[in-house]
Design a binder for this molecule. Structure first.
Ligand code: ZN
Length: 298
């Protein structure tokens, strides 16, 4: 008698975020809705909970999309680490090594925004596209840039939120980036909105929302212009908490069109679908983590 074992593989998908970590044991993308949400506290506590979850589920491979900066160069002595983050306790955390040792399965790894870009590129707002960017505007600003079908890695990976922008003439806020002060993230991410208006973006109302969106998109349009000129994406998928403010996508599209000033003339830049929200909502990163795990098992 032959015993047939199931050939369906089960993957561990993990998104480690600055405030929350999502984990799911999944055989397909449809299983991701049934994920667990764990607060991101210390690496010991948070990763232990994730490991416990996946141990009891049993997985064949794991994919991790993590907040950065992370080391992605294979062969680098610190490959698989979260490196020099300002987030307390997380600097120099060997994420990949911990999962490999504890779970004994292959582990795929990328920075969170590249994970989100992979997810949107397969099942979401950039499905089937080879050249696009996923940008998140929330507590920070980050982006995964996909060129010829692959997220850009390098030394160590792009940081599209920390580019230089010119100031709005009426804005004297010094900026909230701990490294650069008034870089794009320092002027347009959640903390900068909260500092100017006294409340987080999701608690603003009426004309305050309009003002905040106007100001934030003034800066973001410059960041997007830099991306358009540097890597020529065919679409910008823009998510994150700040992007959920009323009128955000429409306003940033208008500001970007003004920034590009018709150069070069490109139909795609003028289409409403050039700047869109993610289709997978807050699941983009977890979907990307699933892809990273799948790639380990073939
Ligand atoms: Zn910065």
């Amino acid at each position: 008698m032959t015993v047939y074992s199931s050939t369906v593989k089960r993957f561990g998908a993990i998104e480690i975020g600055g405030t929350k970590t999502l984990v799911a044991a999944a055989e397909s993308v449809d299983d991701l809705a049934d994920h667990r949400r764990i607060p991101t506290t210390t690496p010991d506590e948070t990763l232990e909970e994730v490991i416990g979850e996946l141990e009891s589920a049993g997985v064949d491979a794991v994919g991790v999309a993590s907040f950065g900066p992370v080391e992605l160069r294979p062969g680098h002595p610190r490959y698989g680490y979260i490196t020099s983050t300002p987030k307390p306790d997380w600097s120099d955390t060997p994420v990949v090594q911990i999962f490999v040792e504890r779970l004994g399965v292959p582990v795929g790894f990328d920075v969170d925004v590249n994970g989100a870009a992979l997810g949107e590129g397969r099942w979401g707002a950039a499905a089937g596209m080879d050249d696009f960017a996923y940008i998140t505007v929330g507590t920070g600003i980050g982006g995964g840039v996909v060129v010829a079908g692959s997220p850009v890695h390098g030394a160590p990976h792009p940081e599209v939120g920390h580019v230089v922008v010119r100031r709005h003439p009426d804005d004297d806020y010094p900026g909230s980036c701990p490294f650069h002060g008034d870089c794009l993230e320092g002027l347009a991410a959640g903390p900068a909105v909260e500092a100017r208006f006294g409340r987080p973006g999701n608690e603003l109302s009426g004309s305050e929302i309009e003002q905040a969106v106007e100001l934030v998109t003034f800066y973001l349009a410059q960041g997007f212009r830099n991306l358009v000129y540097a890597v020529a994406p065919a679409r910008l998928v823009v998510g994150g908490g700040i992007s959920k403010m009323h009128g955000f996508h429409e306003t940033v599209r208008g500001s970007l069109t003004a920034e590009l000033a018709g150069y070069p003339y490109e139909e795609a830049h003028l289409a409403p679908e050039f700047v869109v929200p993610p289709d997978l909502g807050d699941m983009s990163g977890l979907a990307g983590a699933l892809i990273l795990a799948e790639r380990q098992s073939v």
